[in-house]
Design a protein around this ligand. Structure first.
Ligand code: SF4
Ligand code: MG
Length: 266
């Protein structure tokens, strides 16, 4: 069967700019869902606000397009009410790590798949810098260069207790499909950071060339975790799985607590 069955064709053409990496992520996600054979009715996608968040409109799953930075809070409620659903939460770097940062920290100990679509800038609202932009980056709100240091999504997720943490890029499409599948199969909170390109703002303001050059940058500046290439040059951004461990799962623990309290009170 064609992966077309997984999209809402009536909402196409999509709103993304030519060369935006978000379409590559949507494509990888559809292939992962198709290869896993997950029934659409078992999937729920919850998004906040931003170019990344528009992805929830294009998939023919249960979907909610919610508030900026709050997607994980809505998703937590859905998962608690319907633990049988698999919940995907795609977020941009501003959505997940700035306005939604506190939600992210605490959701890391729940049970969902968070996909951080990191293009290091706020795209939809006009190219403002985000906490992941990094020093020296130019943005609408940093016309002379950003003086703030970026932080690492992977390290934050590890510190906050996510039990599956991985990173890839839009250049590494097959790797992305495989990591989305692993993230889905993991019981617990899965974080997948996907480094992606925003040619319209990040690329243009930082004179990085077009989408092809931006994708080549991901090829030339990242390396698989544990590889010889990474060992020889730790300046590369590592890709791969940083953590994949089993831990008590929040919804199951909650059900156990309810059962034991009912037993005590009976
Ligand atoms: Fe993509 Fe940037 Fe255009 Fe938004 S503004 S659709 S992130 S290229
Ligand atoms: Mg962004």
């Amino acid at each position: 069967m064609s992966i077309k069955r997984l999209i809402r064709e009536r909402f196409f053409p999509h709103i993304w700019c030519a060369g935006c990496g978000h379409g590559i992520i949507l494509n990888a996600l559809l292939h992962a869902v198709d290869e896993l054979g997950i029934p659409q009715n078992n999937l729920c996608m919850v998004s906040g606000i931003g170019c990344s968040a528009r992805i929830s409109g294009y998939v023919d799953f249960h979907s909610m397009h919610t508030l900026h930075g709050r997607a994980l809070a809505f998703a937590t409620g859905i998962k608690m009410a319907r633990p049988d659903l698999s919940v995907f939460v795609p977020m941009g770097d501003g959505d997940a790590m700035a306005i939604g940062g506190n939600h992210f920290i605490h959701a890391c100990r729940r049970n969902m798949v968070a996909i951080i679509m990191n293009n290091r800038i706020y795209g939809m609202t006009g190219g403002q810098f985000s906490p992941l932009s990094g020093r020296g980056i130019r943005a609408t709100t940093a016309p002379y260069g950003n003086i703030d240091t970026a932080f690492d999504t992977v390290q934050l997720a590890l510190g906050a207790g996510a039990t599956f943490v991985a990173r890839t890029t839009v250049f590494h499409v097959m790797e992305m499909v495989s990591l989305i599948k692993k993230a889905y199969q993991h019981k617990g909170f899965s974080v997948l950071e996907v480094l992606t390109d925003c040619p319209t703002y990040f690329g243009r303001k930082n004179k990085l060339g077009g989408p092809v050059q931006m994708l080549e940058w991901f090829r030339d500046n990242t390396a698989p975790l544990g590889s010889k290439k990474y060992a020889e040059n730790p300046a590369f951004i590592p890709r791969g799985v940083f953590r994949d461990v089993e831990a008590p799962e929040y919804c199951e623990e909650y059900d156990k607590l309810i059962a034991s309290v009912r037993k005590e009170e009976a």
